[in-house]
Write a new protein. Sequence first.
Length: 259
Amino acid sequence: MDLLLDSLTVAVDGQRLVDALELKVGHEEVVGLLGPNGSGKSTTLRCVYRALAPTAGRILLDGEDITIMDRRACARRLAAMTQEQQVALDFSVAEVVAMGRAPHRRDHERLTGADQELCHQALAMLDVAHLAHRSVLTLSGGERQRVLIARALVQQPQVLVLDEPTNHLDIHHQLALLGLLRRAGLTTLVALHDLNLAAAACDRIALLREGRLVTVGPPAEVLTPELVRAVFDVDAVVVTHPRTGTPQLLFDAPAGPLG
Ligand SMILES: Nc1ncnc2c1ncn2[C@@H]1O[C@H](COP(=O)(O)OP(=O)(O)OP(=O)(O)O)[C@@H](O)[C@H]1O
Protein backbone atom coordinates (compact mmCIF):
# COMPACT_ATOMS: atom_id res chain seq x y z
CA MET A 1 0.00 0.00 0.00
CA ASP A 2 1.43 3.43 -0.85
CA LEU A 3 0.88 6.74 0.87
CA LEU A 4 0.72 9.94 -1.13
CA LEU A 5 0.77 13.46 0.28
CA ASP A 6 -0.59 15.48 -2.61
CA SER A 7 0.07 19.20 -2.32
CA LEU A 8 -0.60 19.00 1.44
CA THR A 9 -1.06 22.45 2.95
CA VAL A 10 -1.82 23.50 6.51
CA ALA A 11 -2.36 27.18 7.24
CA VAL A 12 -3.16 28.81 10.57
CA ASP A 13 -4.00 32.50 10.71
CA GLY A 14 -2.76 32.90 7.17
CA GLN A 15 0.60 31.33 7.96
CA ARG A 16 1.52 28.18 6.03
CA LEU A 17 2.88 25.62 8.51
CA VAL A 18 3.02 23.04 5.70
CA ASP A 19 3.20 24.41 2.20
CA ALA A 20 2.12 22.33 -0.81
CA LEU A 21 4.03 19.26 0.35
CA GLU A 22 4.33 16.59 -2.31
CA LEU A 23 5.63 13.29 -1.01
CA LYS A 24 5.07 9.66 -1.91
CA VAL A 25 5.95 6.76 0.39
CA GLY A 26 6.06 3.67 -1.77
CA HIS A 27 4.78 0.21 -0.85
CA GLU A 28 6.86 -1.09 2.12
CA GLU A 29 9.22 1.88 1.84
CA VAL A 30 10.60 3.65 4.93
CA VAL A 31 10.75 7.42 4.44
CA GLY A 32 12.23 9.68 7.11
CA LEU A 33 10.86 13.18 7.63
CA LEU A 34 13.66 15.40 8.86
CA GLY A 35 14.00 19.09 9.49
CA PRO A 36 14.71 21.66 12.18
CA ASN A 37 12.38 22.41 15.09
CA GLY A 38 9.17 23.95 13.80
CA SER A 39 9.71 22.89 10.19
CA GLY A 40 6.31 21.15 10.00
CA LYS A 41 7.11 17.47 10.60
CA SER A 42 4.51 16.84 13.32
CA THR A 43 1.92 19.00 11.57
CA THR A 44 2.37 16.88 8.44
CA LEU A 45 2.08 13.63 10.37
CA ARG A 46 -0.99 14.89 12.27
CA CYS A 47 -2.75 15.27 8.93
CA VAL A 48 -1.79 11.73 7.95
CA TYR A 49 -3.18 10.17 11.12
CA ARG A 50 -6.21 12.44 10.89
CA ALA A 51 -5.72 14.53 14.03
CA LEU A 52 -5.71 17.59 11.80
CA ALA A 53 -7.62 18.41 8.64
CA PRO A 54 -5.44 19.85 5.87
CA THR A 55 -6.28 23.34 4.64
CA ALA A 56 -5.69 22.12 1.09
CA GLY A 57 -4.34 19.07 -0.65
CA ARG A 58 -5.07 15.41 -0.13
CA ILE A 59 -3.68 12.33 1.58
CA LEU A 60 -4.19 9.15 -0.38
CA LEU A 61 -3.78 5.51 0.62
CA ASP A 62 -3.46 3.50 -2.58
CA GLY A 63 -5.28 6.35 -4.30
CA GLU A 64 -8.10 6.56 -1.72
CA ASP A 65 -8.59 9.88 0.11
CA ILE A 66 -8.26 9.21 3.86
CA THR A 67 -10.42 12.16 4.85
CA ILE A 68 -13.50 10.48 3.42
CA MET A 69 -12.57 7.00 4.58
CA ASP A 70 -14.53 5.34 7.39
CA ARG A 71 -12.53 5.78 10.61
CA ARG A 72 -12.33 2.07 11.49
CA ALA A 73 -11.47 1.12 7.92
CA CYS A 74 -8.68 3.70 8.02
CA ALA A 75 -7.43 2.36 11.38
CA ARG A 76 -7.20 -1.15 9.93
CA ARG A 77 -4.77 0.19 7.34
CA LEU A 78 -2.87 2.92 9.14
CA ALA A 79 -1.46 3.05 12.67
CA ALA A 80 0.42 5.85 14.38
CA MET A 81 2.69 6.45 17.32
CA THR A 82 2.43 10.13 18.04
CA GLN A 83 3.84 12.84 20.26
CA GLU A 84 0.42 13.59 21.71
CA GLN A 85 -0.59 10.06 22.69
CA GLN A 86 -1.15 10.10 26.43
CA VAL A 87 -2.42 7.13 28.34
CA ALA A 88 -3.88 8.96 31.29
CA LEU A 89 -5.95 6.09 32.68
CA ASP A 90 -4.78 3.30 34.91
CA PHE A 91 -4.71 0.51 32.31
CA SER A 92 -2.18 -2.29 32.32
CA VAL A 93 0.41 -2.52 29.56
CA ALA A 94 -1.32 -5.66 28.23
CA GLU A 95 -4.67 -3.82 28.08
CA VAL A 96 -3.18 -0.83 26.27
CA VAL A 97 -1.51 -3.04 23.67
CA ALA A 98 -4.75 -5.01 23.21
CA MET A 99 -6.55 -1.73 22.37
CA GLY A 100 -4.68 -1.88 19.08
CA ARG A 101 -7.01 -4.72 18.06
CA ALA A 102 -10.11 -2.49 18.42
CA PRO A 103 -10.44 -1.62 14.69
CA HIS A 104 -10.58 -5.35 13.92
CA ARG A 105 -13.24 -6.24 16.53
CA ARG A 106 -16.83 -5.34 17.14
CA ASP A 107 -17.58 -3.36 20.33
CA HIS A 108 -17.25 -5.43 23.52
CA GLU A 109 -16.17 -8.51 21.56
CA ARG A 110 -13.60 -10.54 23.49
CA LEU A 111 -10.05 -10.97 22.20
CA THR A 112 -9.68 -14.16 20.22
CA GLY A 113 -6.74 -16.53 20.71
CA ALA A 114 -5.20 -15.09 17.55
CA ASP A 115 -5.59 -11.53 18.93
CA GLN A 116 -3.88 -12.59 22.15
CA GLU A 117 -1.05 -14.26 20.27
CA LEU A 118 -0.49 -11.07 18.25
CA CYS A 119 -0.36 -9.04 21.46
CA HIS A 120 2.14 -11.45 23.04
CA GLN A 121 4.34 -11.24 19.96
CA ALA A 122 4.27 -7.44 19.94
CA LEU A 123 5.02 -7.24 23.68
CA ALA A 124 8.03 -9.52 23.15
CA MET A 125 9.18 -7.71 20.01
CA LEU A 126 9.22 -4.36 21.80
CA ASP A 127 10.83 -5.86 24.93
CA VAL A 128 7.90 -4.97 27.20
CA ALA A 129 6.53 -8.47 27.93
CA HIS A 130 7.93 -8.27 31.47
CA LEU A 131 5.78 -5.15 32.02
CA ALA A 132 2.51 -6.68 30.77
CA HIS A 133 0.75 -6.44 34.13
CA ARG A 134 2.17 -3.09 35.19
CA SER A 135 0.05 0.06 35.09
CA VAL A 136 1.07 2.25 32.15
CA LEU A 137 1.07 5.16 34.58
CA THR A 138 4.16 3.71 36.26
CA LEU A 139 6.29 3.36 33.12
CA SER A 140 9.40 5.28 32.20
CA GLY A 141 9.34 7.42 29.03
CA GLY A 142 11.14 4.80 26.94
CA GLU A 143 8.99 1.94 28.25
CA ARG A 144 5.82 3.90 27.44
CA GLN A 145 7.11 4.67 23.97
CA ARG A 146 7.77 0.97 23.31
CA VAL A 147 4.29 0.04 24.58
CA LEU A 148 2.69 2.53 22.19
CA ILE A 149 4.70 1.14 19.27
CA ALA A 150 3.58 -2.38 20.26
CA ARG A 151 -0.03 -1.15 20.23
CA ALA A 152 0.45 0.33 16.75
CA LEU A 153 1.86 -2.98 15.50
CA VAL A 154 -1.00 -5.13 16.80
CA GLN A 155 -3.29 -2.96 14.71
CA GLN A 156 -1.68 -4.90 11.84
CA PRO A 157 -1.54 -1.82 9.65
CA GLN A 158 -0.04 -1.65 6.20
CA VAL A 159 1.03 1.95 6.81
CA LEU A 160 2.87 3.11 9.92
CA VAL A 161 3.29 6.75 10.97
CA LEU A 162 5.79 7.45 13.72
CA ASP A 163 6.55 10.84 15.27
CA GLU A 164 9.99 10.75 16.85
CA PRO A 165 9.67 7.14 18.01
CA THR A 166 13.20 7.03 19.39
CA ASN A 167 13.33 10.24 21.44
CA HIS A 168 13.00 8.39 24.77
CA LEU A 169 14.84 5.21 23.79
CA ASP A 170 18.32 4.15 24.90
CA ILE A 171 20.77 3.18 22.17
CA HIS A 172 19.96 -0.54 22.44
CA HIS A 173 16.25 0.04 21.94
CA GLN A 174 16.85 2.68 19.24
CA LEU A 175 18.79 0.15 17.19
CA ALA A 176 16.27 -2.61 17.92
CA LEU A 177 13.43 -0.39 16.70
CA LEU A 178 15.40 0.54 13.63
CA GLY A 179 15.91 -3.16 12.82
CA LEU A 180 12.21 -3.77 13.38
CA LEU A 181 11.26 -0.99 10.95
CA ARG A 182 13.61 -2.41 8.33
CA ARG A 183 12.12 -5.91 8.67
CA ALA A 184 8.45 -5.03 9.20
CA GLY A 185 7.60 -4.65 5.52
CA LEU A 186 5.32 -1.69 6.26
CA THR A 187 4.92 1.54 4.34
CA THR A 188 6.45 3.84 6.94
CA LEU A 189 6.65 7.61 7.36
CA VAL A 190 8.77 8.49 10.38
CA ALA A 191 9.81 11.87 11.78
CA LEU A 192 13.28 11.69 13.27
CA HIS A 193 15.79 14.13 14.70
CA ASP A 194 18.78 11.83 14.67
CA LEU A 195 20.30 12.13 11.20
CA ASN A 196 22.52 9.08 11.67
CA LEU A 197 19.64 6.87 12.74
CA ALA A 198 17.66 8.18 9.77
CA ALA A 199 20.53 7.36 7.42
CA ALA A 200 20.57 3.78 8.70
CA ALA A 201 16.81 3.27 8.97
CA CYS A 202 15.35 4.97 5.92
CA ASP A 203 15.19 4.11 2.24
CA ARG A 204 14.72 7.80 1.51
CA ILE A 205 14.83 11.01 3.51
CA ALA A 206 12.57 14.03 2.99
CA LEU A 207 14.08 17.27 4.28
CA LEU A 208 11.67 19.98 5.42
CA ARG A 209 12.39 23.62 6.14
CA GLU A 210 9.74 26.17 7.08
CA GLY A 211 6.97 23.84 5.95
CA ARG A 212 8.43 23.24 2.51
CA LEU A 213 10.11 20.20 1.05
CA VAL A 214 13.75 21.03 0.37
CA THR A 215 14.60 17.68 -1.18
CA VAL A 216 13.84 13.99 -0.99
CA GLY A 217 16.11 11.11 -1.90
CA PRO A 218 18.33 8.30 -0.64
CA PRO A 219 20.28 9.16 2.55
CA ALA A 220 23.60 9.49 0.71
CA GLU A 221 22.11 12.10 -1.63
CA VAL A 222 20.29 14.10 1.04
CA LEU A 223 22.69 14.02 3.97
CA THR A 224 25.44 16.00 2.31
CA PRO A 225 27.46 18.64 4.21
CA GLU A 226 25.96 21.34 1.94
CA LEU A 227 22.32 20.40 2.53
CA VAL A 228 22.86 19.76 6.24
CA ARG A 229 24.43 23.22 6.54
CA ALA A 230 21.65 24.86 4.51
CA VAL A 231 18.81 23.23 6.47
CA PHE A 232 20.17 22.78 10.00
CA ASP A 233 22.82 25.50 10.08
CA VAL A 234 25.54 23.14 11.32
CA ASP A 235 28.81 21.92 9.88
CA ALA A 236 29.08 18.17 9.40
CA VAL A 237 31.58 15.76 7.96
CA VAL A 238 30.06 12.79 6.20
CA VAL A 239 31.80 9.43 6.54
CA THR A 240 30.77 6.02 5.29
CA HIS A 241 30.19 3.41 7.95
CA PRO A 242 32.95 0.85 7.35
CA ARG A 243 30.68 -2.14 7.95
CA THR A 244 27.20 -1.10 6.82
CA GLY A 245 28.13 1.40 4.09
CA THR A 246 25.55 3.94 5.32
CA PRO A 247 26.50 7.61 5.45
CA GLN A 248 27.09 8.87 8.98
CA LEU A 249 27.64 12.45 10.09
CA LEU A 250 30.22 13.77 12.47
CA PHE A 251 29.50 17.18 13.96
CA ASP A 252 31.82 19.82 15.30
CA ALA A 253 31.49 20.29 19.05
CA PRO A 254 29.41 23.37 19.93
CA ALA A 255 31.46 26.44 20.69
CA GLY A 256 29.02 29.01 21.95
CA PRO A 257 25.54 29.79 23.28
CA LEU A 258 22.36 28.41 21.69
CA GLY A 259 21.06 30.24 18.68
N1 LIG B 1 -2.25 25.41 16.05
C1 LIG B 1 -1.16 26.12 15.74
N2 LIG B 1 -1.23 27.47 15.68
C2 LIG B 1 -0.13 28.20 15.35
N3 LIG B 1 1.06 27.67 15.05
C3 LIG B 1 1.18 26.35 15.09
C4 LIG B 1 0.09 25.48 15.42
N4 LIG B 1 0.52 24.22 15.37
C5 LIG B 1 1.81 24.26 15.04
N5 LIG B 1 2.23 25.53 14.87
C6 LIG B 1 3.56 26.00 14.46
O1 LIG B 1 3.86 25.34 13.25
C7 LIG B 1 5.25 25.11 13.15
C8 LIG B 1 5.48 23.66 12.82
O2 LIG B 1 5.22 22.88 13.97
P1 LIG B 1 5.52 21.32 14.00
O3 LIG B 1 5.14 20.82 15.36
O4 LIG B 1 4.89 20.69 12.84
O5 LIG B 1 7.10 21.31 13.82
P2 LIG B 1 8.13 20.09 13.92
O6 LIG B 1 8.92 20.11 12.66
O7 LIG B 1 7.43 18.84 14.27
O8 LIG B 1 9.03 20.62 15.11
P3 LIG B 1 9.86 19.87 16.29
O9 LIG B 1 11.11 19.36 15.63
O10 LIG B 1 10.16 21.01 17.23
O11 LIG B 1 9.00 18.79 16.87
C9 LIG B 1 5.86 25.56 14.46
O12 LIG B 1 6.41 26.84 14.31
C10 LIG B 1 4.67 25.59 15.42
O13 LIG B 1 4.85 26.56 16.42
